[in-house]
Design a protein around this ligand. Structure first.
Ligand SMILES: Nc1ncnc2c1ncn2[C@@H]1O[C@H](COP(=O)(O)OP(=O)(O)O)[C@@H](O)[C@H]1O
Ligand SMILES: Cc1ncsc1CCOP(=O)(O)O
Ligand SMILES: [Mg+2]
Length: 264
């Protein structure tokens, strides 16, 4: 685990370009800022190239895209490819809506992505594995989550972060599992979006994508667990702001001390 990447994020303050969704955009922007990145959002195709060129990474969240916006998303993806900028893709609810799955697979055919971060239902859908997704949530299934994360990583030649009670990070052969967690993540809409954009910030340091995804996932999970442990009562409404505070306060020593993971 490259714990020092957290210090590198703070030193470099990478610009994290996000195509976000209107539901969680504020939490995503503040989460990026808190961990040490510099967020910028845009939905305008005419500035797609400029946005990508000035940014250190791109995070594409498919939470609430429109047909019209797909041209901008494709332009951004192609610009990222041309400019060697790492891309995180968050395939929100592709396991629950066939239209989303079709458009997401089209995008993945059109430009390469560095990391796909989704819940089990989303990863299953992209890996063609049987699963019962439920809206934006993972839903239920019996498939082996490590196997399907590896299958998707190999299919799309990228790193996959499959989030859940345990987070699975894989490049198709290596697998890391992060065990830190709190149920409060599930009560806060946007936890997954924030995890994806946090991975984008760590990728913006220029670090190896697998190592960046590992450390981003561990840092985010530890931050959530630390907040939950400090809360007198586990309350959904105050978890979000306190998670942003902890993303600001967290340091390498805390992640090293509290982090619970297995690297393989
Ligand atoms: N069952 C769970 N118990 C505890 N933490 C979870 C659980 N499911 C997801 N998480 C955590 O919630 C965060 C968001 O992941 P997830 O809920 O899978 O994404 P999404 O919001 O996109 O569905 C991650 O940090 C993940 O570790
Ligand atoms: C509720 C909702 N509807 C469309 S996007 C979105 C937010 C999804 O956030 P997350 O995937 O992080 O739970
Ligand atoms: Mg999600």
């Amino acid at each position: 685990m490259k714990f020092e990447l957290l210090d590198q994020v703070r030193t470099q303050n990478p610009i994290a370009f996000n195509i976000s969704n209107f539901v969680t955009v504020q939490d995503v922007a503040n989460g990026i800022n808190a961990i040490g990145g510099s967020p910028i959002m845009s939905e305008e195709i005419n500035e797609a190239n400029a946005m990508v060129q000035m940014s250190n990474s791109v995070t594409i969240n498919l939470g609430a895209f429109t047909e019209a916006q797909l041209d901008q998303i494709k332009a951004v993806g192609l610009a990222a490819q041309d400019n060697f900028k790492p891309v995180v893709l968050d395939p929100v609810a592709v396991g629950a809506v066939a239209y989303r799955l079709e458009r997401c697979n089209q995008l993945l055919d059109e430009f390469p992505v560095t990391v796909i971060r989704g819940n089990a239902g989303e990863v299953a859908a992209l890996a063609d594995v049987e699963w019962q997704s439920k809206g934006i949530d993972a839903g239920d299934g019996n498939a082996d989550v490590v196997a399907m994360a590896k299958a998707l990583a190999n299919k799309r030649n990228c790193v996959v972060v499959l989030s859940g009670k345990t987070d699975v990070i894989t490049d198709g052969s290596r697998v890391t599992q992060v065990y830190n967690q709190t149920d409060l993540f599930k009560l806060h809409v946007g936890s997954g979006d924030m995890l994806s954009s946090t991975i984008g910030v760590f990728l913006g340091t220029g670090a190896d994508p697998y190592e960046a995804a590992q450390m981003a996932s561990l840092t985010f999970a530890v931050a959530g667990q630390v907040v939950a442990n400090k809360m007198e009562q586990p309350l959904a409404g105050s978890f979000g702001p306190r998670l942003i505070d902890e993303l600001y306060l967290i340091n390498k020593s805390t992640v090293e001390a509290v982090g619970d993971f297995k690297e393989g």
